[in-house]
Design a protein around this ligand. Structure first.
Ligand code: CP
Length: 302
């Protein structure tokens, strides 16, 4: 059992392995049905989403229900935050109703960590600003392991807006704990050289073709325009330098996996031909989101 889940950086490798192993039990069986689990019967999970989300929010809700628990969804616009209530007061109010856990997405990096110090209710980070998105990295690892024997020794290229990506950070922390060779690639303003120092095994490459050559996994990232202060971002030009097209796939290993956390912007960071190709596991990532979040909820709530 763990007290909440705030990030991957401080999560021991054994905990990660335990979550990934348990998630297999929550994947659909051969005929597409699910084994029945009741581990959250009588438990209530509050889903506090103060930034937009489709995949994370829905999969946490399904995960809670599939385990027999109750999920209560709160969004920013429909809550008293829109009437001026502070985040601390909102969280204290929610905690006073004694939910068993709070799943939280917030635009400020570190918001869940700050609140976790003040609340006894376990907090699961569903994405905080540009900092971490731990359950995304866990579901990405589960998706890779469904197709590769192990993570050790793989070469993974993470391409796009690394600077603003919580998905990239959590993936780097996770993959680095398992001896993966990680290449970060994107335009220089979005991939500052100091990112090479955030974890062992990380290198930087600004040439997308070199980054992809010999890769086992290509993870594409969305350009996070909402976190940039660049009104003149060259959207059209971006694809010609850092958009994933069929010709890139031939540079990678023949069994390369193409991943993207979503939402994807077709024609900006990835072509439709690649996103919908046999090499793409984007919808498998979404499917594993439910299984992995079930494993996380079970581990946090016991
Ligand atoms: N990958 C991800 O976090 O997607 P959502 O923003 O739709 O939850």
């Amino acid at each position: 059992m763990i007290q909440g889940l705030l990030g991957i950086e401080d999560l021991p490798r054994e905990e990660i392995e335990a979550i990934l192993d348990r998630a297999k039990d929550f994947q659909p069986v051969g005929d597409g049905s699910f084994a029945q689990f009741d581990r959250l019967r009588g438990k209530t999970v509050v889903l506090l989403f103060l930034e937009p989300s489709t995949r994370t929010r829905t999969s946490f809700e399904i995960a809670t229900r599939r385990l027999g628990g109750d999920a209560i969804l709160i969004s920013g616009a429909g809550s008293s935050l829109s009437k001026g209530e502070s985040l601390v007061d909102t969280l204290n109010t929610l905690a006073a109703m004694r939910p068993d856990a709070i799943v939280m997405r917030h635009k400020a990096s570190g918001a869940p960590h700050f609140l976790a110090r003040h609340l006894r209710t376990p907090i699961i980070n569903a994405g905080d600003g540009t900092h971490e998105h731990p359950t995304q990295a866990l579901l990405d690892a589960r998706t890779i392991l469904d197709r590769k024997r192990s993570l050790e020794g793989l070469r993974v290229a993470i391409i796009g807006d690394i600077e603003h990506s919580r998905v990239a950070r959590s993936n780097v922390y996770l993959l680095s704990k398992f001896g993966v060779d990680i290449v970060l690639c994107g335009p220089a303003p979005l991939v500052p050289p100091e990112l090479a120092g955030i974890a062992p095994g990380v290198s930087i490459e600004y040439d997308m073709r070199k980054a992809i050559r010999g890769c086992d996994v290509i993870m594409m990232l969305r350009v996070q325009l909402e976190r940039q202060h660049e009104p003149d971002f060259p959207r059209g030009e971006y694809f010609s330098f850092y958009g994933l097209a069929p010709e890139h796939i031939e540079l990678a290993r023949p069994d390369v996996l193409v991943m993207h956390p979503g939402p994807i912007n077709r024609g900006r960071e990835i072509s439709s031909e690649v996103a919908d190709s046999q090499r793409s596991v984007i919808l498998n990532q979404v499917e594993n989101g439910v299984a992995v979040r079930m494993a996380v909820l079970e581990r946090v709530l016991g």
